[in-house]
Design a protein around this ligand. Structure first.
Ligand code: AMP
Length: 283
């Protein structure tokens, strides 16, 4: 089947209306494009669990701060469409900014409990931008299921909360982090890394692996585990740690001891890249 690319809201709506009327289920994978195996793992899952898979490609200006990398964010629509076509994706929704936001757009969806720390501290307004675009995509495409990576762990929990709080009829599905062979989590922003920076970028996954091994050896104190994380990151001079925190895996509340399922989350700057990673610990 040939891949259909819809750049208009109504075009995508029409296409999916027909699928829905024929009794098919719809799986959505929202992305900002410049696709890699992480994205494709979500696509494959969505394809396996639904009759129609729609992938959205939209670099959402609302989720970038004024001094962030909106303009520099890597884009390659031709390559993305080739990749999605070879996966057998039926519909790509790739609207322009004007199609998604009228000049007097003035409504923002704001989650108030889980968005104000971790990435929310360094990126004020970021999760408002995420919630607003994801709700718009849900309203336009009306998926039965939507697929998000655990790589953006806080984003996943914020979206789950929005879906619960606003009674949205979509099942949110979290998918495991896909990594390079050396452990670096795949990210479109990895293209910002120079050669030496790329080598040092393993600091994040190494630090998380070390956290896991002290946890496996019996350590339950968050302070001690985070000391290990910081020590590992500090041994990579090009990597500047933004945060390392351990929080409840569901409500993201702070925890002192790993006495329930938690997430160890890190963010760091390497050159002009800001990278994030996380791992789950479960006693
Ligand atoms: P992005 O294009 O960066 O907005 O990502 C689109 C979706 O792909 C999000 O749900 C991300 O969490 C997910 N994603 C990005 N990188 C990875 C990865 N390495 N493994 C799994 N999912 C990922």
């Amino acid at each position: 089947m040939k891949i259909k690319v819809a750049t208009r809201v109504n075009e995508a709506r029409e296409f999916l209306k027909r699928k829905r009327e024929a009794g098919g289920t719809i799986g959505l994978v929202p992305t900002m494009g410049f696709l890699h195996e992480g994205h494709l793992s979500l696509v494959r899952r969505a394809m396996g669990e639904n009759d129609t898979c729609v992938v959205s490609i939209f670099v959402n200006p609302l989720q970038f701060g004024p001094s962030e990398d909106f303009d520099a964010y890597p884009r390659d629509m031709g390559r993305d469409l080739d990749l999605l076509a070879s996966e057998g994706v039926e519909l790509v929704f790739a609207p322009g900014v004007d199609e998604m936001f009228s000049p007097d757009h003035s409504t923002i969806v704001s989650e108030k409990k889980l968005s104000g720390f971790l990435c929310g501290s360094a990126r004020p307004g970021h999760f408002d931008g995420v919630c607003t675009i994801v709700l718009k995509l849900f309203n336009i495409l009306r998926p039965d299921r939507a697929y998000f990576g655990e790589k953006d762990y806080q984003q996943l929990q914020v979206i789950r909360r929005m879906v619960r709080d606003l009674d949205l009829e979509v099942k949110v599905i979290g998918c495991p982090i896909v990594r390079e062979e050396d452990g670096l989590a795949l990210s479109s922003r990895n293209t910002y890394l120079g050669e030496a920076e790329r080598e040092q970028a393993i600091a994040l996954s190494r630090a998380l692996a070390q956290a896991r091994s002290v946890f496996d050896a019996g350590e339950r104190g968050c302070r001690s585990i985070l000391d290990v994380v910081r020590m590992v990151v500090e041994s990579y001079p090009m990597v500047s740690l933004e945060y390392a925190e351990i929080r409840d895996a569901v409500d993201l509340s702070p925890v002192k001891r790993v006495d329930r399922k938690v997430v160890v989350a890190v963010a760091a700057r390497i050159g002009r890249a800001r990278l994030i990673d996380n791992t789950i610990l479960c006693p």
